[in-house]
Design a protein around this ligand. Structure first.
Ligand code: GTP
Ligand code: MG
Length: 550
């Protein structure tokens, strides 16, 4: 309480500020008071911040370079894509097929400068009557799965789905469907069958056995993990993806047993079991080593965040379904040069940049990984360090691709993830992007206005001023309002206030102003400001006052 009282007021005082004045030294030049008393929660937060303050942290750093995060390194430029080398046996088989088909050229395409065999994929979905949790209907979900397969570099040759009361515990789908897919596999030369839902290790094994030959069976989770693996461009992203992949593999290691058993004609079950135990142990050791390494990455990231907090500027997180234009918006507002493309999960690593509004106010904008329906939980857990960026922001901007036919479903899916992340207490602003592509932009704008939503086009730049104004308005709700009177000869102080707070009103006054003060007897002119700061900026202002006094 005593530290907060350092904000002295010579303006008509409330009981709190009157108390404050009794204890405080007089400050020359800057008079600050709270426009309204702090709520008890805010008071506690500010108090905690003050108590946590160490002398070094009190420095007000305004050097933008210190803010620039380095995580984006490697994202700019070409991203890493691993192409699995086919085994010798597989290569021969491919060659044979190529000759037999006589149209082998179609099967190869250039990917990142390398000629790779295009794997043919077949998609399978199950609509469970009892499952009310599904936001997308089956056909839409399969369309999205096809987009994911395309992003992973596969060619989708067909798809099917089945309505079931409950999935078959052995094969997920019914035996008739298994036979139907088997025919499709032969007809289209399918190499991979992808299921839209997560399969149990047993179902995976049984399906591979049922389809026979070299057909690979995988599920949506494995496909997403594969895309993430291809796209991980930084050390941190690679670590997070490896962890998620290993956790996914651990229960599925039983496949090895079948493999060993088959090799030895079913005679060495015991040996296979032993091997599995060894493999599982190795995997568990790797998982715990990865977790440790990720913990140190997390600490490192925390350090960056703390450094950012020492430059008290509000942080705004951009969240949204994948491919809604988050990176395009960051690039448009800041020239960040983040990879933005019409593919799912173009961004895995967060990038933070400073945005300067036309009125001179600034905030930090963080672009991060996009969400998707049925997001694998182990992926959310593995990307915890990255997602903490969202948890610690002052405002969440939910960017929606309003031109997408499934915009409403995508909104719901994002809200589900946000609920899981427990960030409901952070203020949120919904923004409809790609308005340039929407069918009826006029009608949409009307709807948006009624709901307090901002319409923009990150590509054309339309609506970006309104976007910045809306951010400023929203941020104010989480900030502390302050009124200050600064003499003209303290011009550099005005700059500092502009850097640490959001200035709402500036009035230049002469001696005849209604505000009178014994401190201004030698001053003729001064600036009367109303601005908003976060809790940490409180400390910065306090520091300014202290410096002025010296
Ligand atoms: N027409 C139109 N296209 C846009 C707009 N904003 C983004 N796009 C396009 O949408 C695609 C996806 O943009 P990104 O910025 O990569 O989307 P993202 O949300 O960052 O995607 P992820 O990183 O995958 O989550 C790109 O092809 C952009 O050019 C817009 O306002 N209008
Ligand atoms: Mg992106």
């Amino acid at each position: 309480m005593s530290t907060i009282n350092c904000f002295c007021s010579l303006l008509p005082s409330t009981s709190t500020s009157a108390q404050a004045n009794r204890r405080l030294p007089r400050h020359h030049g800057l008079l600050v008071r709270l426009i309204k008393p702090l709520s008890s929660t805010r008071l506690r937060v500010v108090k905690e911040l003050i108590e946590a303050e160490t002398p070094e942290k009190r420095e007000i750093t305004t050097n933008g370079v210190a803010l620039e995060r380095r995580e984006e390194e490697g994202l700019i430029g070409s991203h890493k894509v691993e192409v699995e080398e086919p085994s010798k046996e597989k290569k021969q088989k491919q060659k044979r097929k190529k000759v037999e088909d006589g149209n082998g050229e179609d099967r190869f395409k250039l990917q990142n400068g390398r000629e790779v065999l295009v794997e043919k994929a077949y998609l399978v979905g199950v609509e469970c009557k009892r499952n009310d949790e599904d936001i997308f209907d089956m056909e839409d979900s399969l369309k999205e799965l096809a987009q994911l397969a395309d992003t992973a570099g596969l060619t989708v040759v067909g798809s099917t789905y089945q309505k079931l009361a409950i999935p078959n515990p052995r094969t997920y789908i019914g035996s008739g469907k298994v036979a139907e897919i088997k025919s499709a596999i032969h007809a289209f030369d399918v190499e991979t069958v992808i299921f839209d839902d997560e399969l149990s290790p047993g179902q995976l094994r049984n399906l591979e056995k049922a389809f026979g030959g070299d057909v690979r069976v995988c599920d949506r989770t494995a496909l997403i993990l594969d895309i993430f693996n291809q796209r991980a461009a930084t050390h941190e992203a690679a670590l997070q993806v490896s962890l998620a992949q290993m956790e996914y593999q651990l229960p599925r290691l039983t496949r090895m047993w079948t493999h060993l058993e088959r090799q030895a004609g079913g005679q060495v079950k015991g040996m296979g079991e032993k091997q599995i135990e060894v493999d599982k142990r190795i995997l568990r050791t790797r998982i715990s080593a990865l977790k440790k390494e990720l913990e140190s990455v997390r600490q490192h990231r925390k350090l960056y965040r703390n450094r950012r907090h020492s430059v008290p500027m509000p942080v705004v997180s951009l969240v949204g379904y994948t491919n809604t234009g988050k990176s395009t918006l960051l690039n448009r507002l800041t020239g960040a040069g983040v990879l933005a493309e019409n593919k799912l999960f173009a961004t895995l690593d967060p990038t933070t940049r400073r945005v300067q509004m036309k009125n001179g106010n600034e905030f930090l904008l963080t672009d991060t990984v996009g969400f998707i329906q049925k997001l694998p939980t182990m992926l959310v857990a593995a990307f915890r360090a990255t997602l903490e960026e969202i948890e610690e922001s002052s405002l969440i901007v939910h960017l929606v691709d309003i031109s997408h036919p499934l915009a409403q479903q995508q909104i719901e899916a994002v809200e589900e993830v946000l609920k899981d992340l427990e960030v409901e207490s952070i203020p949120k602003l919904t923004v409809w992007n790609k308005i340039d592509k929407a069918e009826d932009p006029l009608q949409l704008r009307k709807e948006a206005e009624a709901e307090g939503i901002v319409c923009i086009s990150a590509i054309t730049g339309e609506g970006l001023d309104q976007f910045c104004n809306a951010i400023q308005d929203k941020l104010k709700n989480s900030l502390v309002p302050i009124e200050a009177i600064v003499p003209y000869d303290q011009g550099e102080l005005l700059n500092s206030i502009h850097q640490i707070g959001m200035v709402e009103r500036t009035v230049r006054s002469g001696l005849n102003s209604s505000v009178t003060s014994p401190l201004f007897t030698s001053q003729n002119f001064y600036t009367h400001l109303t601005f908003f700061v976060n809790g940490t900026s409180f400390l910065a202002i306090q520091r300014l006052l202290y410096l002025l006094e010296q």
